[in-house]
Design a protein around this ligand. Sequence first.
Ligand code: KG4
Ligand code: ZN
Length: 349
Amino acid sequence: MNITILAIDTSCDETSAAVVCGRRVLSHVEYSQIAMHTKWGGVVPSIARRAHEERIDWVIEKAMKNAQLLITNCDAMAVTYGPGLAIALEVGIKKAKKISQSIKKPIIAVNHIEGHLYSPFVQNSKGNPKTDFKFPYIGLLVSGGHTELVLFKDHLMYEILGETRDDAAGEALDKAARMLGFGYPGGPVLERLASQVENVDQYKFPRPMIGSHNFDFSFSGLKTSFLYFTQSLSEEDRIAHIAPLASSFQEAVFATIVRKTLKAIAHTGIHRVLVGGGVAVNQRLRYLLRKMIHEQDGQVWFPPYKYLNFDNAAMIGLVGAIKAERGLYVSDVSEIDRVARLSLNDVTV
Ligand code: KG4
Ligand code: ZN
């Protein structure tokens, strides 16, 4: 029988709690701090921590209420212990420990990246979508903090094929938007601007490492080239060409993502691709990935609901359920600690 799990994620700028039963999400509540960070151009750790502390009880109480359950009805807790902002992760971990001790239920420690990889399989309370696991997959994670290609061999078994050597894809989009005078997050702004132009790749910015013989990414050279180019324009010219500039930058980032994913498909012979992370909400990226993967006779899955692209506790709950089925609880709750730079390769707690 599926057990009921209360999941918590406070890894970055969303305070999130969810109640899940197996793959099904009974409730999901999040408090987004985006508005607090916008004017700073990125997430400010001390502001994030305070906001998590102020909201954590509220999101948990609301998640329990929406699931129409009492906290004592939960069989276990699942909490993100990394990667993320150390002082933000700490808030969720501390809360999970406190609840676990008071209701005497075990904790499952979850790697946030595992959550994104599993996110296409999260189901609503009616059990949709029904798509079953059929390993192996290629996992593509494109978010504000991570850009990785992963060989997802079986439940909880990963091999990192490649990752970014500098900025994450979302981070690069955020920085380019900032150079054009916009606040955080920049990805949605660039997408909106790009959707207005016909010639989507007018400026043909460089695509660093696109042809390299590995699965790694690099976006910092592109960013520098974009910076120099925008600085070479008069303010009037920059404003007049803002949409093609945004679009051309987006195309350069996406071309690299699509090409490296194609390379991973060709190298592994695996044609089933899972995509997760905030950047994967972008319709242009979805179109380009779908096109390439269908040309390879492959299949691609994105998170079924928009909120699942972003940081959320529902995906953490699903990984919690998979681990619980295998008895992978933390043996000594006092031992769980935040791991800001946690990798998928690290042995989980
Ligand atoms: O997954 P996420 O919420 O946080 C991390 O785990 O990092 O991703 C946030 C990132 C930001 O960089 C944001 O600019 C980007 O996702 N993003 C988008 C879009 N919406 C959010 N990027 C491109 N197009 C979008 N529509
Ligand atoms: Zn994330």
